[in-house]
Design a protein around this ligand. Structure first.
Ligand code: ATP
Ligand code: MG
Length: 332
């Protein structure tokens, strides 16, 4: 019987001592999906990936990949799976081509097919013209592209990527997204990736699972998640830090329930959001508060995350430059 799911995680727990890093996660990923496991630092993303690779044994629960039980036959499973770990692992002293060759040998790619696989990977990573250059001289984005294409050389059906774009700038991040979209569309590779970037999950992934403190707290398409929080609109006012509390008080006065975050005050807009915005503007003007920005938008994945976890969303002032939207972080 053809297996419908690429990955089937059934009630998996991973404890380190008494601490459950993954605490009863169940998740089914369909073949051909791009699935994003979204969560802040320490949520349990890498621990989950390590169990899918057989590097860590679950304390309890079951993992089935392509219909094969990880506990019974992890080596067969590994031949179906491509891996990109959180740390970049290209050999700096070797050229792009040599890096690919070593990997190809490791995965027993037949000699007759080796050159074809290398050409495929160089083309996919857009590194053809850098084939003879040492990987140590590459930018972060080039190294990451080399890694992703390397992990696809043995033509796996599934690729697992642990934060493939963390620390990359917008241009490099977009290139990785395009590469992933291409192999998903053209080769039908199922993609399971972890990310801390809300925008990445939203734009790239067919479905998103939000993980926090080792538990899956939401699951669905980006649209389903947005709808699940039951908001029709979100009002957002950006002000100077010293005015935050005053603006929050004005929100309450006009009947809105404010959340203060970074230098923003947000609230569900409700049915008469436009009227509420007018009242806010009048009241802020009377109090001589200058807003840097006032807007109303459809709920975003940021709003979903905030509503579900109450956690802070870091804005573009962090290492994630150039995006209007944020990266998940914990309040510090
Ligand atoms: N070998 C280990 N021993 C003890 N605790 C561990 C071990 N590995 C991970 N943890 C803890 O388990 C929790 C989950 O860690 P994990 O690395 O899975 O998080 P993550 O979601 O990948 O975070 P990040 O975004 O920082 O990579 C963390 O609190 C971490 O400190
Ligand atoms: Mg991690």
């Amino acid at each position: 019987m053809a297996e419908e799911y690429a990955v089937n995680i059934d009630n998996v727990v991973k404890k380190f001592g008494d601490f459950a890093a993954v605490n009863g996660v169940s998740l089914k990923i369909k073949k051909g999906e791009i699935f994003g496991l979204l969560g802040p630092n320490g949520a349990g993303k890498s621990t989950t990936i390590s169990m899918l690779l057989g590097l860590l044994q679950p304390t309890s629960g079951k993992i089935i990949i392509n219909g094969i039980d990880m506990q019974k036959d992890s080596s067969t499973v590994r031949s179906h799976v491509g891996v990109v770990t959180q740390e970049t692992v290209v050999e700096p002293e070797l050229t792009a081509e040599q890096n690919l060759m070593i990997f190809g040998r490791l995965y027993h790619i037949p000699k007759a097919e080796m050159q074809k696989s290398i050409e495929f990977a160089l083309k996919l990573s857009d590194l053809v013209q850098f084939r003879k250059a040492y990987a140590g001289t590459f930018s972060g984005g080039m190294k990451r592209r080399l890694e992703v294409s390397k992990s696809l050389m043995h033509t796996p059906d599934i690729i697992l990527l642990d934060e493939p774009t963390t620390g990359l700038d917008v241009q490099n991040r977009t290139q990785i997204w395009n590469l992933l979209r291409e192999i998903n569309k053209k080769q039908g590779v199922t993609i399971l990736m972890t990310t801390q970037y809300l925008e990445e999950a939203d734009q790239l992934c067919d479905r998103i699972g939000i993980i926090d403190h080792g538990k899956l707290i939401a699951l669905g398409t980006p649209d389903e998640l947005r709808k699940s929080i039951g908001l029709s609109s979100v009002i957002e006012v950006t002000v100077e830090k010293e005015d935050l509390q005053k603006v929050a008080a004005i929100f309450k006065k006009v009947g809105l329930e404010p959340t203060v975050l970074n230098n923003k005050v947000t609230a569900p807009g409700g049915s008469n959001a436009t009227k509420k915005i007018e009242m806010l503007l009048n009241s802020m003007s009377t109090s001589r508060i200058n807003a840097r920005n006032v807007s109303m938008h459809e709920p975003t994945i940021d709003d979903v995350f905030l509503k579900l976890t109450g956690s802070e969303v870091r804005d573009s002032s962090g290492e994630y430059q150039g995006s209007a939207r944020g990266m998940i972080g914990r309040g510090r």
